[in-house]
Design a protein around this ligand. Structure first.
Ligand code: HEM
Length: 184
C-alpha cells in the first residue's frame, strides 16, 4: 500500500505509545523503513506485518487497533492536505456517494493505487447501508473506524454496525455496514 497508510499508522502509534514502541513494532515486523514516503508504494505484506507486530507489542486486539486507525485516518487525511476533499461535500451521505470518484481522482497521484469500492443505499434520511469491496482481506474493522470517524467533519455522530461479510467468488472481501447518523 502507499506509504501514506504506513505513515499514518506510525504517527498514530507514536503519538499514543511513543517512538520507542513504534521502533519495536517496526523491527518486530522486520521492516527496515524508518520514514515511509507518502507517494511510494510498499508491499501490502509490510502493512499487514506492521499491524500484527503492533497487536503483539500493544496487546490490543487487531480489530480494535484497525478501528482506531480508521477513525484516526480521517483527521490524518485532513491534516495531510486533503481537507478540500471533505469540504467539497455538504453531507456525510454525499461524501460516501462520491468516495469511488474521490479515490479515482487520487489515482493520478498514486499510479499503483488499488482502491476499494463503495456502494451505498440511502435507507432513510439518517440511515445508510454501505457496501465495501476490496481485493484485500481483513480490513473490515478499518472501514468500520473510517465510517465512524467520517461523522466528525460533517458534524454528525455516526454509529456503525457491521452487518455481514460476503465471501466473494474470486478473492478479496465484500462487507456490508449500516450507518445511523445523529446530529452532534
Ligand atoms: C481524502 C482522504 C483520503 C485519501 C487521501 C485516501 C487515500 C488512500 C490511499 C493512498 C490508500 C492506499 C491504497 C493503495 O495503496 O492501493 C487508501 C486505501 C483505502 N482507503 Fe482511502 N483515502 C481517503 C479517504 C478514505 C475514506 C473516507 C474511506 C472510507 C470511508 C477510505 C477507504 C479506504 C480503504 C478501506 C482503504 C484500504 C484499501 C483497501 O480496502 O483495499 N479512504 N486510501
Amino acid at each position: 500500500m502507499y506509504g501514506m497508510v504506513n505513515q499514518a499508522m506510525h504517527q498514530m502509534v507514536s503519538e499514543v505509545h511513543g517512538e520507542d514502541a513504534w521502533n519495536r513494532i517496526r523491527l518486530g515486523a522486520g521492516c527496515e523503513v524508518e520514514r515511509f514516503l507518502r507517494m511510494d508504494s510498499y508491499p501490502d505484506e509490510m502493512t499487514y506485518r506492521l499491524i500484527e507486530a503492533a497487536v503483539e507489542e500493544l496487546k490490543i486486539p487487531a480489530a480494535q487497533l484497525l478501528q482506531a486507525f480508521g477513525e484516526y485516518w480521517v483527521g490524518f487525511a485532513h491534516a495531510a492536505g486533503y481537507a478540500d476533499f471533505f469540504r467539497a461535500c455538504d453531507s456525510y451521505a454525499a461524501f460516501i456517494r462520491q468516495l469511488d470518484a474521490m479515490h479515482a481522482r487520487l489515482e493520478l497521484a498514486f499510479p499503483d493505487f488499488k482502491p476499494p469500492q463503495f456502494a451505498c443505499n440511502i435507507e432513510s434520511p439518517d440511515q445508510i447501508e454501505v457496501v465495501y469491496r476490496s481485493h484485500r482481506v481483513g480490513l473490515a474493522p478499518f472501514v468500520h473506524g473510517l465510517l465512524t470517524g467520517l461523522g466528525e467533519p460533517f458534524g454528525v455522530t455516526a454509529t456503525v454496525v457491521h452487518l455481514a461479510s460476503q465471501p466473494p467468488e474470486s478473492g478479496g472481501a465484500t462487507e456490508r455496514f449500516l450507518v445511523t447518523l445523529a446530529s452532534q
